[in-house]
Design a protein around this ligand. Structure first.
Ligand SMILES: Nc1ncnc2c1ncn2[C@@H]1O[C@H](COP(=O)(O)OP(=O)(O)OP(=O)(O)O)[C@@H](O)[C@H]1O
Ligand SMILES: [Mg+2]
Length: 327
């Protein structure tokens, strides 16, 4: 913690010498004032002004020195307590991070075990359901519908297991310079089917002459797809999602905004927590994985309001150092 006091030059902070100087100045001005008023100080008929002035000077200087010393001590105490507070906060943050990484390690083991135990039986059930739908028994509409439910739900469980694994394993980045426009084109093409199915419009806005990103294009595309999917779900039929890119402070800012209800301020930190969801069929891992991927790139992800209502998710990523590839 850097206080205004600590930023002062050292000589200004030595109060004891300032106190001593103030004592000498006070004693001198008192003595001069007495002389100016015509008051003479005599001892045995001899002028003792200098002697008395010197005595007052020494006493006031000592007093000033001691007061300055006490003030310095109090300042030292204040600085020490600020330092201790700062260290306690750092220790608490480190312990929280440690607890979180222990939780993640346990989750990773659990996810791997679940994936192992669940995926094979699920595949067997899925192919059995598909088999029934294709045999004579599947000629019955009710049986076909039931088989359709089974395969849909198994596909959903499969994607939950995939999200769980993605979250539990730290992302393996393969960064390279990526033209921003190319990345956004790819995300827009991949999101097209879902947006059409939800009757949501996609608007694009990309600043010209953007420097290239230094990123793993597959992972960043995955993040954008998750944000577009969330935005489309929030916007609903007839709504709009917008994909934007611009350069700011030597970084590239990608933004996904939507015309939905927005994220209430009290939930803005929580939406990035694993398993936080308000959707009946959501896993709550989409934004947690997105944050992991963005932070692994040395970037940040945040949510704010879209002017006029709706949510605005922004991702800031480093620009490629040799920004030769233009958007
Ligand atoms: N664009 C948005 N507008 C409003 N709320 C949102 C938006 N995006 C996310 N949220 C809120 O954040 C929560 C977490 O989102 P996240 O993508 O992590 O999980 P999810 O979409 O619920 O499930 P899934 O893991 O399947 O993506 C959502 O349940 C929703 O409450
Ligand atoms: Mg989601």
């Amino acid at each position: 913690m850097t206080t205004a006091l600590a930023r002062q030059p050292a000589w200004l902070r030595i109060n004891r010498w300032w106190g001593l100087l103030a004592g000498v100045v006070l004693a001198t001005s008192d003595t001069v004032t007495l002389r100016a008023l015509g008051i003479t100080l005599e001892v045995n008929g001899r002028d003792a002004t200098l002697l008395v002035g010197g005595f007052f000077g020494a006493s006031f200087a000592l007093l000033g020195f001691l007061v300055g010393y006490v003030v310095e001590g109090r300042r030292r105490d204040r600085q020490a307590s600020a330092l201790i507070r700062e260290q306690v906060e750092t220790i608490a943050a480190t312990r929280a991070r440690l607890a979180q990484s222990e939780k993640l390690a346990a989750l990773g083991q659990l996810a791997t075990a679940i994936a192992h135990e669940v995926r094979n039986p699920l595949a067997v059930i899925r192919s059995a359901a598909q088999g029934i739908a294709e045999t004579e028994a599947g000629a019955d509409a009710a049986t076909r519908r039931a088989c359709g439910f089974i395969t849909d739900e198994i596909d959903r469980l499969g994607s939950v297991v995939t999200s769980l694994l993605a979250f539990a394993r730290p992302p393996q980045l393969q960064p390279r310079p990526v033209p921003v426009r190319e990345l956004l084109d790819r995300a827009a093409v991949l999101a097209r089917d879902e947006l059409d199915a939800r009757a949501v419009r996609l608007a694009r806005e990309t600043a010209v002459d953007l420097p290239a990103l230094r990123a793993d294009p597959d992972l960043v595309c995955q993040v954008l797809l998750g944000l577009l999917s969330n935005g489309a779900e929030a916007a609903g039929a007839g709504g709009e999602v917008r994909l934007e890119a611009r350069a700011t402070d030597g970084r590239i800012e990608l933004a996904v905004t939507d015309s939905g209800p927005g994220v209430p301020p009290e939930l803005r930190d929580r939406v990035f927590e694993p398993f936080f969801t308000t959707r009946p069929r959501g896993t709550g891992l989409g934004l947690a994985v997105a944050r992991q991927i963005v932070e692994a790139h040395g970037g940040q992800i945040a949510v704010t309001d879209r002017p006029g209502g709706g949510a605005r998710f922004t991702i800031r990523l480093p620009a490629a150092a040799d920004a030769a590839v233009a958007a």
